[in-house]
Ligand binder design. Structure first.
Ligand SMILES: *Cc1c(COP(=O)(O)O)cnc(C)c1O
Length: 372
C-alpha cells in the first residue's frame, strides 16, 4: 500500500472546476498583482481569524519580517524565540540585524516553555516570537503576561496553525501580530508562495501595508524603506476558495489524529512511540502529527520501504546551524530542542487519508518494533 506524507492531488480534485474557473478569469483579465481578489481574501481571513486587519504578503517568512519591521526591530535589538522551528522564524530576526535569543521548548507540546522566557529578556528585547508548532498554539496567556510586564511585542508564528484555537480564540489574534504561510504543505496551501499578517492594531496594520510595497502609500513616494512582498491575485483567488473548505479539512485531520490515538492504543509493540499531547483549551489543527520514536531513522527507512512517507520536522535546531555559529551556542545549550530533533517524526495526517491507510501505517510501525 502507498501512503504518501501528503496528497495534494486528492485535495485538489473535488474543487478543480471551481478553482480553474477563477484561474481562467485571471488569465483573461491579465491583472496579477494585488487588486480586488487580494482584498477579498484579506477580508475573508480577517473574518475567519477574528482579526480587525489582515495584510497579504509574499510568504510566511515575509509576514514575520514585516511584523518585526513594523515594530521597529533593528540592529542590536533582541527577539526571544525557540530553536526548534523552521528556519524562517529565526531568520526574519537576523535579517534585520537583530539577535534571536533562544529559549527551550516544553517537551510535551514542542512549543516555547514560558517558564524560561523571563530570564532571556534584557533591556534590548523588543519582542517574543512563539511558534504554534505543528498546529497547536503556544501558551499565549503566560507569554502575553510576560510581554506586558516587560513592555515587549508578541508575534505569533502561526505558519502551521491557521484555524487553531486557544480558549475560544483563533491563532492570529493571540498576540500583537499573527503570521501565516500559504506554502503548499500548510493547512491552507496556495499554488506557490504566499503569506499574510493579522493584527488588531491599526498603527501596525497601516505600517505593514505600507512596508510590503516599498514603504509607499502614494505611488513613487516612499515614507519608509520597505520591501517588495505582495500577494498575487492568483494565489488570493485559489486561497479564498480553499478557505471555504478549511474547517472541513481540519475536521478530517483531527478525526485522523483521534484514529491514530485509538489505533496505537490497541496495537501491540508500539507503546514505545510517544503520541502528540494537546494541552487543555487548545484546538489542535494538526498541520503535522508528530510522534517521538525510538530508533527513528531505522523506522523511517523501514516505513519508506513499505511505501509510507514520513518527515523529520526539524532535524537540526537553530542554535546548532552553521549560520548561527557566531551566537556561540554549543551542543546541550537547549537539550529539549536537541532531543526533539533526534526523536521526532511526522506521520501522514491529511484529511483524505483513508482508514485502511492509517491502519497500515500503525501496523507497519508495530512490525518494525516487533522485529527490533
Ligand atoms: C512554513 C513556515 C514558515 C515560513 O513560511 P514560508 O511561507 O515558507 O515563508 C515560518 N515558520 C514556520 C513555523 C513555518 O512552518
Amino acid at each position: 500500500m502507498n501512503v504518501p506524507l501528503l496528497d495534494l492531488k486528492a485535495q485538489f480534485l473535488p474543487i478543480r472546476t471551481e478553482i480553474m474557473a477563477e484561474v481562467q478569469a485571471i488569465c483573461d483579465e491579465q491583472s496579477f498583482i494585488m487588486g480586488s481578489r487580494v482584498m477579498a481574501f484579506e477580508e475573508s481571513v480577517a473574518t475567519y481569524t477574528g482579526a480587525r486587519y489582515a495584510i497579504g504578503c509574499a510568504s510566511g517568512s515575509d509576514a514575520l519580517l514585516l511584523s518585526l519591521m513594523a515594530m521597529g526591530v533593528k540592529a542590536g535589538d533582541e527577539v526571544v524565540t525557540v530553536p526548534f522551528t523552521f528556519f524562517a522564524t529565526a531568520g526574519a530576526i537576523s535579517r534585520l540585524g537583530a539577535k534571536p535569543v533562544f529559549v527551550d521548548i516544553h517537551p510535551d507540546t514542542f512549543n516555547i516553555d514560558p517558564q524560561l522566557i523571563e530570564r532571556a529578556i534584557t533591556s534590548r528585547t523588543k519582542a517574543i516570537m512563539p511558534v504554534h508548532l505543528f498546529g497547536q498554539c503556544a501558551d499565549m496567556a503566560a507569554i502575553n503576561e510576560i510581554a506586558k510586564r516587560n513592555n515587549v511585542y508578541v508575534i505569533e508564528d502561526a505558519a502551521q496553525a491557521i484555524g487553531a484555537g486557544l480558549q475560544g480564540k483563533r491563532a492570529g489574534v493571540l498576540g500583537d501580530t499573527g503570521c501565516f504561510s500559504f506554502f503548499p504543505t500548510k493547512n491552507l496551501g496556495g499554488f506557490g508562495d504566499g503569506g499574510l499578517i493579522t493584527t488588531n492594531d491599526k498603527v501596525l496594520a497601516d505600517s505593514m501595508a505600507m512596508l510590503r510595497v516599498h514603504g509607499s502609500q502614494v505611488r513613487y513616494l516612499h515614507e519608509a524603506v520597505g520591501i517588495n512582498s505582495r500577494l498575487d491575485a492568483l494565489q488570493a483567488a485559489v486561497l479564498r476558495i480553499k478557505l471555504k473548505y478549511l474547517d472541513q479539512w481540519t475536521e478530517g485531520r483531527r478525526k485522523n489524529a483521534e484514529r491514530y490515538q485509538y489505533l496505537f492504543a490497541k496495537t501491540k509493540h508500539v507503546d514505545c512511540v510517544t503520541l502528540p499531547h494537546t494541552t487543555p483549551g487548545n484546538f489542535h489543527v494538526y498541520n503535522q502529527f508528530t510522534v517521538r520514536a525510538p530508533k527513528r531513522d531505522a523506522l523511517r527507512a523501514f516505513l519508506k520501504e513499505k511505501g509510507i512517507g514520513t518527515e523529520v520536522y526539524y532535524p537540526l535546531p537553530m542554535h546548532l546551524q552553521n549560520c548561527y555559529r557566531e551566537l556561540g551556542h554549543q551542543k546541550r545549550s537547549f537539550p529539549l530542542s536537541e532531543q526533539a530533533a533526534d526523536e521526532v517524526m511526522s506521520l501522514p495526517i491529511y484529511a483524505e487519508l483513508t482508514e485502511a491507510q492509517q491502519a497500515y501505517v500503525v501496523e507497519m510501525i508495530a512490525e518494525f518494533y516487533k522485529r527490533a
